[in-house]
Structures are given as structure tokens and as C-alpha cells.
Ligand binder design. Structure first.
Ligand SMILES: [Zn+2]
Ligand SMILES: [Zn+2]
Length: 276
């Protein structure tokens, strides 16, 4: 499994100098197999998805291999890159949007989320005029078979709710858990959901000092993310959804603090690839 960060920034993109090491694009993570040219599974379509799209086009991603897009939730920073995803304009590409969850939106509403952000008031091209072959799937429940393995979801606390994803395939476990607010103590459902993950990507927008001033904003501190990793016996922890006010110097310092506590903890950098 190859996990690549295309967007690591939370809330809004930032493009100032001093933010380029960790990156300015909003959330997007792609998972593919180790062989080049297979299907790709994309978590969230923040502005980082633009670069992924360019790479998929340049690699001449083959016609038979699908692009799967799924979403933690639909706040702007997780969908705003989609209109700039080049494969969506290629009539030879097949893109499957899917979500899982008991209270996931119904099929019509799911498609409408993307259609609406491309209405003519906001964007010159409508979703139906993009060109690629889109399919939308809503799976009620909490589990689907995927790529010889399975994907499980867990709904966690965030304004409007958000879902974590656990992908188990090729004997490896990957958990994607962003836009989560634990509250005063760690959410034990989340800890259980992350059990024995080889790689956990977890929200860490705030420092422990900042967190009390952001109650109800829907995010975690790095200390909470490490708490989850420790309690769940996670092997490697990647922190993401970096606050737009935290520049590279700040994040490097945070990373050193994190590694003193949990040596296999890294702050995700845009472009970084993790192979397990
Ligand atoms: Zn977000
Ligand atoms: Zn959000």
C-alpha cells in the first residue's frame, strides 16, 4: 500500500512563503497499490487533488483502472479541489464516488453536493459537462468489501459529523481520521477503530495550549492524536490538517515535541509518500 499526501492543510489553502515544507493545499490523501497503474483510492478532494489529477494524467493512468473518491465529510476544505481534478474532464476515465455510513446522505443528495458547487454562479462548467464517467454509490451500514480487503467507517464528533476510514488490505491496516474533536477525554470508539493500525493519519490542528480556545471547532491537538496512537497500538502516526496559522518553523518544532513522546510520529508534508 502506498499512501501519498497531496494536501495537508486544514480549513483554507495557504500560499505564503514559510508554508511550503508542510504544504498549503487542503486535505487530500491517495492510496494505491505498490504496482504503478492500478486503481487509486482518494480520501477527500481538497485543493491537493489538483496535483494528484495532473500526476494521474501524466502517468497515463489506464482506462480500465478506476479512481475511487470518498470523503470524511463535505466541508469546503474537503471538496473544493474537485472542479480542478483533471481526470474528471477525460471521457476515458471512470470515477466512482462512494460513501459509507448509516446516516450518509442519500444518492441524490450526495451527487448534489458536487453539482451545487459547480452551479453556474460558482463555476463555469457543470458536473454533467465534465466528461468522465462518474458513478455515485451510497453504502448504508459501516463496512464494504474493497480491493480484496475491506473498508470500515466510524462516525466521530465534528460540526455536522465526519467519518473515519479503516482500510484493511494486503495484510496491512490504514486508518484515516481527520476533522475530529475528542472533547475532554479521548473518544474510545475512535481508539478502538484505530486498533493495531500500521499507519494512522489523525487530525492535529492545534497544540494542547490552543485546544481549550477552540472548543466546538471540531479538531484535535497533537497530544490527543498521540494519545489515540498509544492507546490503539498504532505503528506509525501522521498528523495532518495543519492550522493555516502554523508555518513550517512552528510545525517543525511541534514535530520534535511529538517525537519525544512518540518516536514514530510525523507531521504530514505535502508530497510525502508512505509505503507499507
Ligand atoms: Zn477540514
Ligand atoms: Zn470539517
Amino acid at each position: 500500500m502506498v499512501i501519498t499526501f497531496y494536501g495537508t492543510r486544514g480549513s483554507i489553502p495557504v500560499c505564503e512563503s514559510g508554508f511550503q515544507e508542510f504544504g498549503g493545499n487542503t486535505t487530500c490523501v491517495a492510496v494505491s497499490g505498490k504496482k504503478e497503474g492500478g486503481s487509486v483510492l482518494v480520501f477527500d478532494a481538497g485543493t491537493g487533488i489538483r496535483k494528484l489529477g495532473k500526476e494521474l494524467i501524466s502517468k497515463n493512468f489506464s482506462q480500465g483502472n478506476k479512481i475511487f473518491l470518498t470523503f470524511s465529510h463535505f466541508h469546503w476544505d474537503h471538496i473544493q479541489g474537485f472542479p480542478f481534478f483533471a481526470p474528471a474532464y477525460d471521457i476515458n476515465k471512470e470515477i466512482q464516488f462512494f460513501i459509507i455510513g448509516d446516516d450518509a446522505p442519500d444518492l441524490h443528495d450526495f451527487k448534489e453536493i458536487f453539482a451545487k458547487q459547480m452551479e453556474s454562479t460558482y463555476f463555469p462548467i457543470g458536473i454533467d459537462d465534465m466528461g468522465a464517467n462518474f458513478t455515485f454509490t451510497v453504502n448504508k451500514g459501516n463496512k464494504v468489501a474493497f480491493d480484496g480487503g475491506q473498508i470500515t467507517v466510524n462516525k466521530h464528533k465534528h460540526p455536522g459529523g465526519a467519518y473515519g476510514y479503516r482500510l484493511e488490505t494486503e495484510g496491512k491496516v490504514f486508518v484515516y481520521c481527520t476533522d475530529i474533536e475528542h472533547g475532554d477525554s479521548l473518544d474510545q470508539n475512535v481508539v478502538n477503530f484505530c486498533k493495531n493500525a500500521d499507519v494512522l493519519i489523525h487530525d492535529a490542528q492545534y497544540t494542547p495550549e490552543e485546544l481549550p480556545n477552540h472548543k466546538g471547532w471540531g479538531h484535535s491537538s497533537w497530544e490527543q492524536a498521540i494519545g489515540v496512537a498509544e492507546a490503539a497500538n498504532v505503528k506509525m502516526l501522521y498528523l495532518t490538517h495543519h492550522d493555516p496559522e502554523h508555518n513550517d518553523d512552528f510545525l517543525r518544532k511541534v514535530e520534535r515535541q511529538c517525537q519525544q513522546r512518540f518516536s514514530n510520529c510525523f507531521l504530514a508534508r505535502e508530497g510525502q509518500e508512505v509505503v507499507i
